[in-house]
Design a protein around this ligand. Structure first.
Ligand code: MN3
Length: 212
């Protein structure tokens, strides 16, 4: 079996590509320092246990209870940090679809009345995260869309939910530009969110649910 170390996934756009909504310095520190540190700490945690280096990121998160006790917590936290940041950076783009398209649009209209209904609930959820964490749009096992929140670097993967999009509401995601105003950051994020990524993940999630 192939030995894995996790690599930092490069941004698909420049640090300044999301200006004026998310500033260049925030993107640079967020990607090159915060996210990269999770990657390096995950590799460090796994370094003594080559037998687990073949596990996927998702498996390391979902099955962290099967790991040796001394690395359960660092692997869970750092694999979560890697997974969450990769999805966050992938879910934004300067030239993506900032509103839902295709089948995902139909399902958002079905489950939240319309895009404005979704935005209102998603913003409330993101504002309601106490301390550090994320708000997510996920496909639940019963094929309905749900908005959920998680703390720290937890994910909804253990609840068998299939993530489509998330917003990072740790202060490091917005403090330099928006200071304490998380509400302004969320409004700005809606100008750079990419529903093309979410739509693609939605199709994969539906296919996965149908198989099992
Ligand atoms: Mn972050």
């Amino acid at each position: 079996m192939e030995q894995n170390t996790f690599n930092v996934m490069p941004l698909a756009y420049g640090y300044d590509a999301l200006e004026p909504y998310i500033d260049s310095l925030t993107m640079q520190i967020h990607h090159d320092k915060h996210y990269a540190t999770y990657v390096s700490n995950l590799n460090k945690a796994l370094s003594k246990y080559p037998e687990y280096q073949t596990w996927s990121l998702e498996k390391l998160i979902k099955d962290s209870n099967w790991l040796p006790k001394e690395i359960q917590t660092p692997v869970k936290n750092n694999a979560g940090g890697v997974y969450n940041h990769q999805l966050y950076f992938m879910g934004m783009s300067p030239n993506g679809n900032h509103e839902p398209v295709g089948e995902l649009k139909d399902s958002i209209d079905r489950d939240f009345n319309d895009f404005d209904g979704f935005k209102k609930l998603f913003k409330e959820a993101a504002l309601g995260v106490f301390g550090s964490g994320y708000a997510w749009l996920v496909l639940d096992y019963d094929k309905t869309l749900r908005i959920v929140t998680t703390s720290n670097q937890d994910t909804p993967l253990n609840a068998d939910m299939c993530p489509l999009i998330l917003i990072d509401v740790w202060e490091h995601a917005y403090y330099l530009k928006h200071h304490n105003l998380r509400t302004d950051y969320i409004d700005d994020w809606f100008n750079v969110v990419d529903f093309k990524t979410a739509e693609k993940l939605y199709e994969d999630c539906l296919a996965e649910h149908t198989e099992s």
